[in-house]
Design a protein around this ligand. Structure first.
Ligand code: SAM
Length: 241
């Protein structure tokens, strides 16, 4: 296994509680801050992710670490299916999603990404957005997603990347380390939570490392695309038939 993935497993056993508490605190401001921090670009990345997921008509989709459901709602907008399950272990995030217009069309479920409460081969597609850098074992989270997706189905994910293109790296780091915590403090009153974002991004895997891990844990035809000067990456792969 990639050493960085291994490192992250060992890193902090108390991480799930910290992550849950943090997302509970910022849940009511999460969507607003996302739009501001990404200059509104996050919507187009989610749109790309849902397109690349190749959802069959009427297909059954699972969104892991769904939060307030941005990807789950994008799946509904994609019009190929209205069978979407959103899983997250932070009740407050799910609550916010449930209250959004159309929130009742999504089946919300409180569960851990490392122990999904679904039988093998249940879903046609599994999506996740900004989940993997929060979990204690990235390989195990991916294996769970592979277990519940049907053979031939896609596992797709969106994540922040630690290595933006070299020329703009100083600006990106300044944005992440100063502007984002400042906005988090100003809008949500939660500077610490928004210091966690750059910290967890900088310690996360590079896109090529994540792609290699996805292949290592059992996906085939793995590929990825970078966005926003290399600060974001969408990855996808298929469970072999
Ligand atoms: C940054 S938010 C992303 C939300 C949404 N996917 C999006 O694209 O905006 C990460 C979400 O993952 C959830 N999460 C983190 N670790 C998790 C785990 N082990 N099991 C379930 N949910 C988890 C958090 O509660 C949070 O709602």
């Amino acid at each position: 296994m990639n050493p960085r993935a291994k490192n992250l497993i060992m890193k902090d056993r108390s991480r799930p509680t910290l992550v849950r508490t943090m997302f509970a605190r910022i849940s009511s401001h999460y969507d607003t801050l996302n739009r501001i921090m990404t200059f509104g670009r996050d919507k187009s990345w989610r749109h790309f992710l849902v397109n690349i997921a190749c959802i069959p008509k009427g297909g059954h989709v699972l969104d892991v670490g769904t939060g307030t459901g941005d990807i789950a709602f994008e799946v509904l907008r994609n019009n190929k299916t209205n069978r979407v399950v959103g899983v997250d272990f932070t009740l407050e995030m799910i609550d916010m999603g449930h209250r959004r217009p159309g929130g009742r069309k999504i089946a919300w479920c409180r569960a851990d990404a490392l122990q999904l409460p679904f039988p093998d081969n249940t879903f046609d597609v599994v999506t996740s957005g900004f989940l993997l850098r929060n979990v204690t074992d990235i390989g195990a989270a991916l294996k769970e997603q592979i277990r519940v997706v049907k053979p031939g189905g896609r596992v797709v994910c969106l994540e922040t990347s630690p290595n933006p293109y070299r020329l703009i790296r100083p600006f990106v780091l300044f944005h992440m380390k100063n502007i984002i915590p400042f906005l988090g403090h100003l809008i949500a009153g939660q500077k610490k939570a928004y210091q966690y974002l750059p910290a967890s991004t900088l310690e996360f895997m590079k896109p090529e490392e994540l792609a290699a891990l996805m292949a290592e844990v059992g996906l085939c035809n793995v590929s990825y695309k970078r966005f926003m000067f290399g600060t974001i990456a969408a990855h996808w792969g298929e469970r072999p038939i």
